[in-house]
Design a protein around this ligand. Structure first.
Ligand code: NAD
Length: 358
């Protein structure tokens, strides 16, 4: 198995270095993962004048999975749009056909007080939001602006889903639910939207192949409310692009820290791009204070969803849990009387937990 490693900008190289050490340790324990680096984002622009250089795209295509740090930084803000680091990420998602975005909202019990909700509502929270990434009102045609009969400007977008687009994201969702607590909630607005009516019909149809999964449906407005009222009622949530955009950000805040959240974007063969949910954090880059756990947990997702190595994934998640239970905290998740550590020390603690159980 080949893994492309795209560290990117800002804190990217610092947090990726910790994740690579984890992969190397798994290799020493018998996995055979070939790791190869390439320039990407601002670093791609600096080296080759392109945020997604040809060689990087070639490597990403050839690899079984891609592990990314983050891209962007103020030094690139004045570049023309197509040269900006974020275009590297958008292009790689498009080129690889990554249509399924998986965003877990996982709150380790040790960090329950970091959430803005009451600890008892969120302690042990473990939900997975599956957002369709390449369709819906963000991409539907026609779209535009025109002058109406009254001479007034008006704008319009098109919410559009084809049956095959719904079916393939539903398949990913049911498969993810099978690997978890076997509950799937499909979120739509079926009482108002035609698109949602088709969405619900197709999801119900796909459900026939997964009798072991308990399927429910919820309107998006209710889902937004339930996520802050009783978030632990959910296991996997599947929804379209725009609803997922909003709900996944809402869910991420339940956990308190962006430095803890991994993410994955998958194609139809489970090839995936894995990255922390946060950005390149230029404000703390180079200071050895960034939290590397979101990136390390992204490696666990890679093992689970692309490489089908569930045991290795659980091993990493258990190591992270142990490190937190031992009181290791980077600045973003620091609590009084805990052990404040930097990026490298946190990475070393995870390695130690993987090697010796701490
Ligand atoms: P950001 O996520 O980089 O940072 C927001 C805040 O969270 C900052 O205060 C930062 O210090 C903190 N933070 C983020 N990750 C952290 C970590 N691992 N440990 C501790 N603290 C952490 O978002 P932003 O400031 O809006 O964006 C900065 C740059 O990142 C921009 O150029 C933006 O375009 C880019 N960005 C890239 C991605 C990506 O590569 N996927 C995603 C979002 C933003």
């Amino acid at each position: 198995m080949k893994i492309a490693i795209l560290a990117g900008d800002g804190i990217g190289p610092e947090i990726i270095a910790q994740a690579v050490q984890v992969l190397e340790l798994l290799n020493a324990d018998g996995l055979k993962l070939e790791l190869e680096d390439a320039a990407y984002g601002g670093a791609g622009y600096d080296a080759h004048g392109d945020p997604l250089p040809e060689a990087t795209l070639r490597l990403a295509r050839a690899a079984d999975a891609v592990l990314c740090g983050a891209v962007g930084g103020p030094q690139y803000d004045a570049l023309p749009r197509e040269k900006r680091p974020e275009q590297g990420l958008l292009r790689i998602r498009k080129e690889l056909g990554l249509f399924a975005n998986l965003r877990p909202a996982l709150l380790f019990e040790e960090l329950a007080s970091a959430s803005s909700l009451k600890p008892e509502l969120v302690a042990g929270l473990d939900i997975l939001i599956l957002r369709e990434l390449t369709g819906d009102i963000y991409f539907g045609e026609p779209r535009g602006r025109r002058t109406n009969a009254r001479g007034e400007r008006e704008s319009f977008d098109t919410m559009l889903y084809s049956e095959s687009e719904i079916r393939r994201i539903a398949e990913v969702a049911f498969k993810a639910a099978v690997k978890r607590r076997k509950k799937l909630c499909s979120v739509d607005k079926e009482n108002v939207l035609e698109t949602s009516r088709l969405w619900r019909e197709v999801v119900k149809d796909v459900a026939k192949n997964y009798p072991q999964v308990e399927l429910s449906h919820m309107y998006v407005d209710n889902a937004a409310m339930q996520l802050v009222r009783m978030p632990k009622q959910f296991d996997v949530i599947v929804t379209g692009n725009i609803f997922g955009d909003i709900l996944s950000d809402e869910a991420s805040m339940l956990t308190g820290s962006i430095g803890m959240l991994p993410s994955a974007s998958l194609d139809s063969n489970n090839k995936g791009l894995y990255e922390p949910a946060h950005g390149s954090a230029p404000d703390i880059a180079g200071k050895d204070i960034a939290n590397p756990l979101a990136t390390i947990l992204s490696v666990a997702m890679m093992l689970r969803y692309t490489l089908n190595l569930e045991q290795a994934a659980v091993r990493i998640e258990t190591a992270v849990k142990k490190v937190l239970a031992e009181g290791y905290r980077t600045a973003d998740i620091y609590q009084p009387h805990m052990r404040r550590v930097g990026t490298r020390e946190m990475g070393a603690a995870v390695l130690n937990a993987l090697k010796h159980g701490l």
